[in-house]
Write a protein that binds this ligand. Structure first.
Ligand code: S3P
Length: 450
C-alpha cells in the first residue's frame, strides 16, 4: 500500500444557471442528514449484528464512507429508497484494508474513520479528492497519537496519509483546540477501543450526534454542562455495541437552501417536510427569525430521537442582523446561504468568528465573499468576520467559482433565483456530495434552473 495513490477522480464540471422566475410553491422533503447518515453507517459497522437504517442520505460523501467500511470488513447492503442493512464487525474488529480508503470530498467521513481505525491494530491509508487533500488532518492526528496510533506517512498533516492503529489504545482526556464535532467524534470513536474512560471537554458545544448515537447503540456515555457554552463527554471504553435501528431525519443544512430561496423569491410560500430541529444545528433558523423571516414550525414531532417539524416558509422583507461568534457551531455550514439572505436584507449584516470556515470544503469565508462580490453585492472580510451590505435585490449576472464546494454551489444558485440578472456557477457536480436531487427538488418548487 502506498501513500501516493492517485487522488479521487474529479467529475466533469456541470455548469448551472439560476434565473429569477415565478414564486416558489409546494411541498418538498430534503434528503437525510449527512452527519447522522455517516455516523449510522460507522456505528452500525462497530456493532456485533445487523443494523437497519431508514432515510439514509445516498450522497457521495455517505457512499464513499460506506465503501471504506466494506474495505475494512463490514457488510453494507442497500435495500433501496434510503433503506440500508449494516452487518458490523464489533469495536476494534476492522480488518486491514487491501487498498487506499478513498473518502472523496468528505471531511466528516475521513476524520471520523481516522478515529475508528486508530483504535484497531491495523494500518490503513486515507485519501480523498483535491478539496479534501487540502484540509488539515493534524488536529485529529494529534489526539489519536496520544491514544497510541502512529502516523506513518503524511505530507504536512494532510492526505494522503497512512495511520497505524493502536495495539493497546490508551484512554485520554482531550480538550479540542477548535470547536469541531468531527474532532470530538474521532476521539470518542478511538476511545471505544480503549479500556477505562475517554473524556472530551468542549468549550463550545458542537453537534451531538455522536454522543446520541453512542447511547443509542448501548455505550455508557455521560454528557454534563461545562462552563457557559460547553460540555464534558465521558465514554466508558470497550463496550459491546448492540445493533439498533436508525431513522435519519431530513438534513437542516440541506433544507437551508430551499428555505432561504423561499424567503427571497417574492410571493413564495413553501413547506419543507420533517426538518430536524436539533438545537445544536438550529442557528440558521434562529438567525433568520431575528431578521424577520416568516418560518412556521408545523406538526412538531419526534423522528429517530430528534425533534422535527414541517417548516412553512413565506417570502418577505429581511433586516440585517449581527450574528455572535458563539452561534457559529450551531450553523457552521449555513453561513454561505445566510450571507446570500443578508445580501437581500435591509442594512449591514455582520457574522462574527468565522475562522473555521477557512478550512471547510473550500476557504468558505473567501468563496462566500467572492460569490457575493461577483454579483454586485458589497461584502468584506474583517479578520474572522464577514460583513455584507444588503441592498434589496442584488444585480446578479456573475459567474461563481465553486471550488469543489457543494454549499458554495447551492448558495450561488439561491442568490440567482431572485437577483436582477441570472447567476451562473462553474460546477454543480459537487452538489451530489450532500444533496443529490437538489436541482430537481428546486425545479419542483418552481425554480428556473438550467
Ligand atoms: C460535521 C461537523 C462540522 C460540519 C460538517 C459536518 C459532523 O465540521 O462542518 O459539515 O458531521 O461532525 P467540524 O466538526 O470540522 O466543524
Amino acid at each position: 500500500m502506498s501513500a501516493d495513490a492517485a487522488p479521487h477522480p474529479t467529475p466533469d464540471p456541470v455548469p448551472l444557471t439560476a434565473c429569477r422566475g415565478r414564486p416558489l410553491a409546494g411541498r418538498a422533503r430534503v434528503p437525510g442528514d449527512k452527519s447522522i447518515s455517516i455516523r449510522a453507517l460507522i456505528f452500525g459497522a462497530l456493532t456485533v449484528g445487523e443494523t437497519k437504517i431508514e432515510g439514509l442520505l445516498e450522497g457521495e460523501d455517505v457512499l464513499n464512507t460506506a465503501q471504506t467500511l466494506r474495505a475494512l470488513g463490514a457488510s453494507l447492503d442497500r435495500l433501496g429508497g434510503g433503506r440500508w442493512l449494516v452487518r458490523g464487525v464489533g469495536v476494534g474488529g476492522f480488518a486491514e484494508p487491501r487498498g487506499t480508503l478513498d473518502f472523496g470530498n468528505s471531511g466528516t467521513g475521513c476524520r471520523l474513520m481516522l478515529g475508528a481505525v486508530a483504535g484497531c491494530p491495523i494500518t490503513a491509508t486515507f485519501d480523498g479528492d483535491g478539496s479534501l487533500r487540502k484540509r488539515p488532518m493534524r488536529r485529529v492526528l494529534q489526539p489519536l497519537e496520544r491514544i497510541g496510533a502512529r502516523t506513518l506517512a503524511s505530507a504536512d498533516g494532510r492526505l494522503p496519509l497512512t495511520l497505524a492503529g493502536a495495539r493497546d489504545p490508551i484512554p485520554i482526556v482531550f480538550e479540542p483546540p477548535v470547536p469541531s464535532a468531527q474532532l470530538k467524534s474521532a476521539v470518542l470513536l478511538a476511545g471505544l477501543a480503549a479500556p477505562g474512560s475517554t473524556t472530551v471537554i468542549e468549550r463550545e458545544a458542537t453537534r451531538d450526534h455522536t454522543e446520541k448515537m453512542l447511547a443509542h447503540f448501548g455505550a455508557d456515555v455521560r454528557v454534563t454542562p461545562e462552563g457557559p457554552h460547553g460540555r464534558r463527554i465521558t465514554l466508558a471504553g470497550q463496550p459491546e455495541l448492540v445493533p439498533a435501528p436508525v431513522v435519519v431525519p431530513a438534513d437542516p443544512s440541506s433544507a437551508a437552501f430551499p428555505l432561504v430561496a423561499g424567503l427571497l423569491v417574492p410571493g413564495s410560500d413553501i413547506i419543507l417536510e420533517g426538518v430536524m430541529l436539533n438545537p445544536l444545528r438550529a442557528g440558521l433558523i434562529a438567525t433568520l427569525a431575528e431578521m424577520g423571516a416568516s418560518i412556521e414550525k408545523l406538526a412538531l414531532r419526534n423522528e429517530g430521537g430528534e425533534e422535527v417539524a414541517d417548516l412553512r416558509v413565506r417570502a418577505g422583507a429581511l433586516r440585517a442582523v449581527e450574528v455572535p461568534p458563539e452561534r457559529a457551531p450551531s450553523m457552521i455550514d449555513e453561513y454561505p446561504v445566510l450571507a446570500v439572505a443578508a445580501a437581500y436584507a435591509e442594512g449591514t449584516t455582520v457574522m462574527r468568528g468565522l475562522k473555521e470556515l477557512r478550512v471547510k470544503e473550500s476557504d468558505r469565508l473567501a468563496a462566500t465573499a467572492d460569490l457575493l462580490r461577483v454579483n454586485g453585492v458589497k461584502a468584506e472580510i474583517a479578520g474572522d468576520d464577514l460583513v455584507v451590505r444588503g441592498a434589496g435585490r442584488p444585480a446578479g449576472g456573475g459567474l461563481v467559482a465553486t471550488h469543489m464546494d457543494h454549499r458554495i454551489a447551492m448558495s450561488a444558485v439561491v442568490l440567482g433565483l431572485a437577483s436582477e440578472r441570472p447567476v451562473k456557477i462553474d460546477d454543480g457536480s459537487f452538489i451530489a456530495t450532500s444533496f443529490p436531487g437538489f436541482v430537481e427538488l428546486m425545479r419542483g418548487l418552481g425554480a428556473e434552473l438550467s
